[in-house]
Unconditional design. Structure first.
Ligand SMILES: [Zn+2]
Length: 189
């Protein structure tokens, strides 16, 4: 706990209190980010976002299991009440959840089995499987009725990003291909 409280002390010294004050009566984030609980994945860092910009759902393996209440609640709230323009699944290299699906014996508690037991390892290695798992999460979001309705009205969209920890680089899944962010607008035209 000491480490956390020392960090809080540093935060209090540098925090932009005016910015927090401006946010104290409400939030209007532009994006819902669904990412992994992995401590190396920090969406606010990766997207250089300030408090109030990202509504974040973190869970083990960045799963968008819309049959689960916490996932459905985050989607419903972000889409309906916050009106987010983007729903982004942020997957990553070296994902422990993906590794666990390759070795089901690692799912050694009821919680892990319930959460990851239905996921599968699909690929030649962990990175390929993590990318494939990300695509499945994107599909789940795109099939979610509320998302489909709002997407049809042009109010929101869904994307999949993949973060490589070792190189600090991001790729975006567009039309079945992984591309660098700078090329997305060219492909989408
Ligand atoms: Zn992970």
């Amino acid at each position: 706990m000491d480490t956390l409280l020392q960090g809080y002390g540093r935060f209090r010294e540098r925090a932009d209190r005016d910015a927090y004050c401006a946010l104290c009566s409400g939030q209007a984030p532009h994006s819902l980010v669904i990412t992994c609980s992995d401590s190396r994945i920090v969406p606010e860092d990766i997207f250089d976002a300030r408090p109030g910009e990202l509504f974040v759902l973190r869970n083990v393996g960045n799963l968008a299991r819309t049959d689960e209440p916490s996932v459905a609640a985050a989607l419903d709230y972000a889409l309906l009440h916050l009106g987010v323009k983007n729903v982004v699944v942020l997957a990553h290299t070296d994902c422990g959840a993906v590794k666990a699906t390759r070795h089901p014996e690692h799912l050694d508690t009821e919680g892990l089995r319930l959460w990851l037991g239905e996921e599968h390892f699909d690929g030649a290695d962990v990175e390929e499987a993590a990318r494939a798992a990300g695509v499945r999460q994107l599909d789940r979001i795109r099939k979610y009725p509320l998302f489909r309705k709002l997407e049809g009205e042009g109010k929101t969209s869904a994307s999949l990003c993949f973060f490589s920890i070792g190189t600090c680089s991001l790729e975006i899944y567009v039309n079945g291909q992984w591309v660098a962010p700078g090329t997305v607008s060219a492909i989408c035209k």
